[in-house]
Design a protein around this ligand. Sequence first.
Ligand code: HEM
Ligand code: HEM
Length: 206
Amino acid sequence: MSLRNTPYRYGRVAQALHWTVAALFLLAFVSVYVRQYLTTDDTTPNWVALQAHLSLGLSVILFAALRLWWKLANEAPANPPGTWWEHLAAHAAHWTLYLLMFAMPITGYLGTGVDTDFLGLFTIPKFEDTAIHAVVVQGWLGLTPEAFEEPVDWLHKQLGEVFVLLLVGLHVAAALYHHYVRKDDVLTRMLPERREAAPAPAVAAE
Ligand code: HEM
Ligand code: HEM
């Protein structure tokens, strides 16, 4: 299978990036809900779950940037058979997902008042401690850190709980619909190519 996309399927790089981002999104949800529902405030597990959410969430932006670059440098496989409005809906959904891959980490970072201990490797200072915050938020906008964080945090939670769940849900449903109802290759072209089993060696006649 080729590294680059072909007119018939996504290449290895696009697939690896797609499934890495999908896994990071899933783990970002798991970590934040573990923190909220399975741990007690101000305990070590609660803090570890929050830090996992911050690290996983921030790493999305790196993979999203790589994905966008790779998408722009690579032609996507041809549209499957369908009407013009189905193609339009699919493209709109994909571009909105790209938008969310950036909007989630950005709103998360801007609305969080704690440093990120990135995978235990190094510290990313909270937005409030950066020069941009001092110049833009406190200087130009004249806001306190709390007054700025509150609406951004609200936006992050609404986007995560409503938009991401809705859109990813529709996206997965569409992939399954193509595979099981239309029986086309839309799902399989985003999956590693299956090797055909080698034919059994012919048994020589005695
Ligand atoms: C793909 C990336 C991300 C996704 C999908 C995501 C999703 C979510 C979701 C679903 C919630 C829970 C909303 C609720 O019900 O209260 C949440 C909360 C939160 N997120 Fe994110 N997030 C991401 C990235 C980030 C980043 C990069 C940060 C900060 C650096 C961050 C900081 C937070 C914080 C502080 C909360 C509140 C946690 C709590 O109250 O327990 N998120 N996020
Ligand atoms: C179990 C979860 C998922 C499944 C089964 C799935 C399935 C697929 C499939 C089959 C395609 C190819 C569509 C085509 O050929 O036209 C695709 C593309 C895409 N998926 Fe997913 N996906 C999942 C999760 C996600 C998540 C979490 C995101 C982002 C937040 C995402 C974003 C995208 C984007 C942007 C494309 C367009 C690819 C491109 O042209 O770059 N997917 N997905």
